[in-house]
Ligand binder design. Sequence first.
Ligand SMILES: [Zn+2]
Length: 417
Amino acid sequence: MSQERGNNSTDSSISRIENSDNTISRRHSLVLLLIGGLGVSMGLSNCRCQNDKETKPQATEVSETPNKVNKTPERQEIMLGNARFYLEQPNSLPTEKRTELFENMEKAYNKLKDYFGSGVVMLPNNANVPIVIGQVKIESGMVTWNASGVTNSRGELDIDNKPDPKRLLLSNFSESNIAHEFVHLFVQAPILWSQAFYEGNAYAIQNTLYPPDSNLESIDDIASNPGISSFLDFGLDFHSYDMELKGGIQSDVLYRLAISKWEHEWKEFLKKDPNFFKNFYSEIAKQKKGGKVAFSKNELEAIGGSVSAGFNEWYKGTRCLKTIGEDEEAVKQSTILIKSKNILFSCYFQTHARKIDGASLMPPFLSPLVMGKLQISSNAGGQELILYPNNWDNFCALTKLPEQVANDPNLKVAIVK
Ligand SMILES: [Zn+2]
């Protein structure tokens, strides 16, 4: 075991939650899970972090070569920039699907390269990146990294190795979805200690380069409903590692709405400064070249201010980018019917700020205000109808209501045991 860094009183308390074995308690293997794609209708994407103790795979040396899709059935890899991608399980895709996947990967990579420039769309180190095809919960994609380090007083990890991409997981081969994952993989750094930057930027970039079909109902439409948007106008940010400590937003519904809210706000800022992402990630790329792999929220804010004159003022006034509980701890409860979509939004929770209390460090988190099943009942048409939303997670639910229930002026919402 190498020498520990960041040794202060808060380290051990975080570690104790993770691991009771004191000898390794301050060392974490971190895998960041980033989810791409949109949960359409009530399907919700979510990002989660988890411990991952797998040993680091050895990346072989790769050099930058022109992008090339080999369409022969035997070949199962593609070179993009300084990354070689291959299917972790050979033949996990029929040739046709594999060709589609590689073609879309190439298109997405080139689109990002055209937008940001090739110096920005670059891994910190040459790497071999295994692609895994499959579903993880309700996601469309995910990038994971091998990284280890020690926790500092802000609950962040001081990384002590050069993280390698562990794998790219995809369940959706659309160019747009792949571009989202490539933003995480190539454009951002292995670790950004703010989900509002990390996911908010990735979705804003994705949906700027690939405008979504406005005829499709999406979670973004729900989040942009004025009532819900103003409900979401509070500190929603946390960092990915908080999730491991049961902090952050432990509600799939609310987390996906938070991402939409962040995305919307970043796109609003892009209207003021259309070159913001280009300049911001060009600075990140510069620092990555100098060996930096992890950026704290303070560092991200400072970079924002340094590349854009209007950033600081806009950022200060955008509440949803603040950390949970940072401004004020609050009870948040609301039930909003979106008439045009027959969707009922129900949310009940309390926010808690990050706390350092002696040797313990608590991540910012939400606690449910009520425990039990959410029950929606209606007597419309003289017949009693009771609904139990299957996406209720003791914090929030989005429920698609039958037309007659949505129109019932006496609609009742209750929590039952
Ligand atoms: Zn993502």
